[in-house]
Write a protein that binds this ligand. Structure first.
Ligand code: GLC
Length: 444
């Protein structure tokens, strides 16, 4: 009898560990962190690692068909003499960002922080010898920016990582694959990150798509439980392109607005109406890591329009920069940050602290709202119906309208509300405030 009870008890323990996140109830500190995270709409994504030295994006080890034994030699030359975390954090803050997400370890397996798991890290494996994650984490804390870390689930360097769909030809021995060992390595690293950097607020996983076969079990919920047990407030997101998995605290959309799938690889069918949302995309129109050949960046206006469209869908925009190997941010990125900052200084209150409205996207633009204000963002003034003298914006309203004004000048705009609940606003014929002309509706 005693034996049976012991067996049942052991089985129950096993099941409870595995299902810990299936029954995941976020802590109050986690719910607060979600709210804080969703209250600022702009985040800065940074893809930085030894791949920056090759200047060919963060997938160069695989895409260049290199052997890891050669590729990894770049670590011994990594000395980004210009790196100044305080300067970076200030540039992000001045751009109006609320948080930063930095790659702690990308698919190439190189850690940008000090880890006891291996010397293949920025402190022990490079002449630079400085802890990039630690320095940026502190600088972000000093600027009042949230700080998240990207963490790759897949690894093209370690031999215990079971070969997946990518990085099969980097010259790793194939007889040492051992997911137990690799899983344990990830747990140790995640614990290091969560305990060594107290300001760390979130983990951004990537690479789950490397194993699509049903027989492969990532034990992802055990990993989530591990994180939440060390730090309940830590937000977990996963760029897996599928529906939200229990234990995640925000939903990620890669290179697409929530609900869209222009890339074709997003196989989720639901957008969460409970979790914060985050769209990520790059400033240059190519890779995420620094690419020497890239000359074309999204314009400041294009980034602002993406930011507006994200906010109107309840989503943050995480816009990516690939820092140079010398530790500088590319000049074009700095230019976009400056432009964003100029815009944000006037308009941030029309997106930060707002949510989506019941008004769907219109030909002229999108809308956001706070408790007692609605902001109409006119992105395409030409689409406002006009008689040549004045224009007309018509939107549905369910609440009482106290006033309507041009957001920047505060100039009142004439309006009427029809019995069937439509607000008609008289606007200039072609308002000019590129890229966004904002109308503020004050609700009673
Ligand atoms: C993709 C890429 C990866 C990049 C990520 C960022 O998953 O594989 O290199 O870090 O997108 O969203």
């Amino acid at each position: 009898m005693k034996k049976i009870i012991t067996v049942i008890f052991a089985a129950a323990l096993f099941l409870s560990a595995a299902s810990a996140q299936e029954n995941y109830v976020p802590s109050q500190s986690n719910l607060d962190a979600r709210q804080e995270f969703a209250s600022t709409r702009l985040g800065i994504f940074l893809h930085w690692g030894i791949y920056a030295m090759y200047g060919q994006g963060e997938w160069y080890l695989r895409d260049g068909r290199l052997l890891d034994s050669e590729y990894s030699k770049a670590a011994k030359g990594f000395y980004p003499i210009e790196f100044d975390a305080a300067e970076w954090a200030k540039a992000f803050k001045d751009a109006g960002a609320g948080y930063v997400t930095l790659t702690s370890r990308h698919h190439d397996g190189f850690s940008m922080f000090k880890t006891a798991t291996s010397d293949y890290n920025v402190v022990d494996g490079t002449p630079f010898g400085r802890d990039v994650v630690g320095e940026l984490c502190q600088a972000c804390a000093d600027e009042g920016l949230r700080f998240h870390l990207y963490y790759s689930l897949l690894d093209w360097h370690r031999e215990d990582y079971p070969l997946g769909e990518t990085g099969r030809d980097t010259g790793r021995r194939k007889d040492r694959q051992d997911y137990d060992s690799y899983f344990n390595f990830m747990k140790i690293q995640l614990k290091e990150l969560l305990t060594n950097y107290p300001h760390l607020g979130g983990i951004w996983f990537d690479g789950l798509w490397d194993h699509k076969e049903k027989t492969f079990d990532w034990r992802i919920q055990d990993l989530y439980a591990h994180i939440h047990s060390i730090k309940p407030s830590c937000l977990i997101g996963n760029n897996h392109h599928i529906n939200v998995i229990k234990g995640e605290d925000f939903q990620i959309f890669e290179r697409d607005l929530p609900g869209q799938n222009s890339t074709g690889w997003n196989s989720y069918d639901s957008v969460s109406d409970v979790l914060p949302l985050e769209m990520c995309t790059t400033m240059p129109n190519g890779a995420w890591g620094y690419e020497v050949k890239v000359t074309s960046y999204k314009s400041t206006e294009e980034i602002i329009i993406l930011l507006l469209k994200s906010a109107a869908l309840n989503s943050n925009l995480l816009i990516n920069i690939g820092p140079q190997p010398d530790g500088n941010l590319p000049a074009q990125a700095l230019d976009r940050l400056k432009g964003l900052g100029e815009w944000m200084r006037t308009y941030s209150s029309t997106i930060n602290g707002t949510t989506a409205t019941a008004i769907p996207e219109q030909a002229w633009g999108v809308s956001t709202r706070t408790r007692d204000k609605v902001f109409l963002h006119v992105i395409k003034p030409k689409e406002i119906p006009s008689n040549g003298v004045t224009g007309r914006l018509v939107v549905p309203v369910t609440e009482k309208v106290a006033g309507v004004k041009e957001f920047v000048s505060g100039k009142p705009l004439p309006f009427t509300v029809s019995k069937d609940g439509f607000l008609t606003i008289t606007t200039p014929s072609k308002p000019d405030a590129s890229p966004d002309w904002v109308v503020e509706i004050d609700l009673k």
